[in-house]
Design a protein around this ligand. Structure first.
Ligand code: XUL
Ligand code: CO
Length: 436
């Protein structure tokens, strides 16, 4: 099946910072080696199916504006196949290695379990062929446990065990499909795993059911031999008032409680971090400190809007700060940069999908180059090490080893009177700005 949907747009290639070509990369030079690794291997870019090929451009006030050919009739097997072909043509023209999907993104609309399984299997066969034909790879798969009305009160945390079972069916199949398609990760985002009001919510039961569901997913992963990473994607709220996977620190506490902290990592999304009242880099640094940094959903919010606008990242400064944390964490292992970003509702032309991704990719690439230069410069890391250097000297060693009374005696015997030391924040901020 061929497609002419993107015929007007050329394959995107690197032309350097001085090019006037707006459909070329100015910073993303996939073979350029940065800190010993090719840019393509550092960044592991992915396009998501849902925003770019499934969303029709509708919002709460109005219908779809995009008028994509596969949205004109019912979402049957033929329309789903056309969508998959167009999507792979896009991945190929963008010349990035990965893509991501939810089960329902790639298949015909199904009623009930039998149809769901049949239509999804049909889609997975086709995805396998498209991957082989184009050389594109799966960064992660997931199951959509939030769009269908049956999930209005959640999937794994639904008060009705029949919904829990339906969710288990979808996740079993999506996990097995991800394994078959050699996906690098499997994601769980709990958009409706939360509550609207505590008046009707048994919070303890819901948390225990969510913990059990996750344990079952991990047990099944090992049973089938999937060696990719299981990722939870934190988000504080939207669609529900309160989501159990609020932020990275909350997810870590949840994983500890259910004994899963060595089995699961986090997929950090920039716009979810800011909705939780954090910066993107805070979430990355927290995940790295807790040993659960996995992958990234790249996007940005809007400073005036309090919701998940999922815009393409375009602030080089913000991305530089994030990339410093990614590099400090040692970079990705199985993770990557998935563009969980969408063009605006008025950007209805096929070429707009390219402008969105090209800009986002170049913003991330430039952030990587800036962060690498800051790390190679070394001044900021040196200032940071210097700040903690007392812990490497003999007094610090004693404090690390003694009990509370021993430390108290040490303070008394040495007549301690420690003096405050400058944190040099403005100097450090000035150094960072020299690289942006
Ligand atoms: C929603 C969101 C999801 C997940 C996958 O805010 O980010 O698209 O990334 O379910
Ligand atoms: Co996301």
């Amino acid at each position: 099946m061929a497609t002419d949907y993107f015929d007007a747009v050329p394959t995107i290639s690197y032309k350097g910072p001085n090019t006037d070509d707006e459909l070329a990369y100015r910073w993303y030079d996939k073979d350029r080696v940065v800190l010993g690794k090719r840019m393509e291997d550092h960044l592991r870019f992915a396009v998501c199916f849902w925003h770019s090929f499934c969303w029709t451009g509708s919002d709460v006030f109005g219908g779809g504006t995009f008028n994509r050919p596969w949205h004109r009739g019912a979402n049957d097997s033929a329309a789903a196949a056309q969508k998959r072909v167009v999507a792979f043509e896009f991945f190929r023209k963008l010349d990035i290695p990965f893509y991501c999907f939810h089960d329902v993104d790639v298949m015909a609309q199904a009623e009930g379990v039998a149809e769901h399984r049949r239509f999804f299997a049909e889609a997975v066969d086709h995805l396998e062929q498209l991957q082989a034909a184009t050389g594109r790879k799966l960064l992660w798969g997931t199951a959509n446990l939030f769009s269908h009305p049956r999930f209005a009160a959640g999937g794994a945390t639904n008060p009705d065990p029949e919904v829990f079972a339906f969710a288990a069916m979808q996740v079993r199949d999506a996990l097995e499909a991800t394994y078959r398609l050699r996906g690098a990760n499997y994601v769980l985002w709990g958009g409706r795993e939360g509550y609207e009001t505590l008046h009707n919510t048994d919070l303890k039961r819901e948390l225990d059911n969510l913990g059990r569901f996750l344990s079952l997913v991990i047990e099944h992963k090992h049973k089938i031999g999937f060696t990719g990473t299981i990722l939870i994607e934190p988000k504080p709220h939207e669609p529900t008032k309160h989501q159990y996977d609020f932020d990275t620190a909350t997810v870590y506490g949840f994983l500890k409680r259910y004994g899963l902290e060595d089995e699961v990592k986090v997929n950090i999304e920039a716009n979810h971090a800011t909705l939780a009242g954090h910066t993107f880099e805070h979430e990355l640094a927290t995940a790295a400190a807790l040993g659960i940094f996995g992958s990234i959903d790249a996007n940005r919010g809007d400073h005036q809007n309090g919701w998940d606008t999922d815009q393409f990242p375009n602030s080089v400064e913000e991305m530089t700060l994030a990339m410093i944390e990614v590099l400090r964490a040692g970079g990705f292992t199985t993770g990557g940069f998935n563009f969980d970003s969408k063009v605006r509702r008025q950007s209805m032309d096929p070429v707009d999908l390219f402008y969105g991704h090209v800009g986002g990719i170049d913003t991330v690439a430039r952030g990587l180059l800036n962060a690498a230069a800051i790390i190679e410069d070394g001044r900021i890391d040196a200032l940071r090490s210097q700040r903690y250097s007392g812990w490497d000297r003999s007094f610090g060693h004693k404090v690390s080893e003694l009990n509370l009374a021993g430390i108290a005696d040490l303070a008394e015997n040495q007549r301690l009177d420690p003096k405050p030391v400058s944190g040099r924040q403005e100097r450090i901020e000035n150094i960072v700005n020299r690289f942006i």
